[in-house]
Design a protein around this ligand. Sequence first.
Ligand SMILES: [Zn+2]
Length: 298
Amino acid sequence: MKLNALYKKALKEHFAIGAFNFNNLETLKAIVDACLAASTPALVCVSEGAFSYMGEACIGMFRAEKKRYKDIFLHLDHGKSFEMCKKAIDLGFDSVMIDASSLSFEKNVALTKKVVDYAHARGVWVEAELGVIGGTEDLVSAKKAIFTDAEEAKKFISLAKADSLAVAIGTSHGAYKFSGESKLNFKRLGEIEKAIPKTPLVLHGASSVPEKYVELLNAYGGDLKGAKGVDEKSLKTACTRHNICKINSDTDLRIAFTAGVREHLLKNPENFDPRKYLSQGKKYVTEAVLEKFRYLSK
Ligand SMILES: [Zn+2]
């Protein structure tokens, strides 16, 4: 299946494509193991930080994994400049995100449009962002969230011609999202959908921070206190009753991976074979991805 056909299907049938960040071979293989087990397509994402960590090795790993399961797509997460997006496109990414949301509306439109022109000429999908998603993750950080405005979204899409749009409706990047209950603004989401009904929408900062892995991580010497994510019921509603067609997960997979590595090392102090402790991390990432697949669709 082609990526644009997959987004079309997601918008029409109300499900979301899982988008999972990877930073190494183990995480990528773990995600693809879950895709294979559930026969479910996914986007595998490389952030700018992950790209500087893995270098172009991520392309080779992706191509090898695509031979195991054909319905995975390589996506650049939070590209901050035209140069970074161009580099990803030239290297063969299927999809790029240009995140110019910290710029003025006009500058966001101009930069997004520049990326769109380059990408579309090469058959590559472009995700843009409007509004400010709070929190911190990797190289992306914002103190105060600003919800996406529906009228602005309409104007933005008609000018910049992005294929999909990341919206700010109350999610937040990182493991420490909320002090109280998490709340997605479904009213605002509805307004945005009405304004741009044909544009697949994207949720960033939508980690649920599963208690199971936080507890495991802490039980084996970690110290992640008071971590809290978006509740899974809200995420399911956003995916299956709204136009959210892509949900990003990075934090959750990091927590699951680290929990597995910690568990193995503490239980097996004599072991010094990285393949063994990394395998336990990998196993938990596969489990975490499979759990996510369950609420991304009906
Ligand atoms: Zn993000």
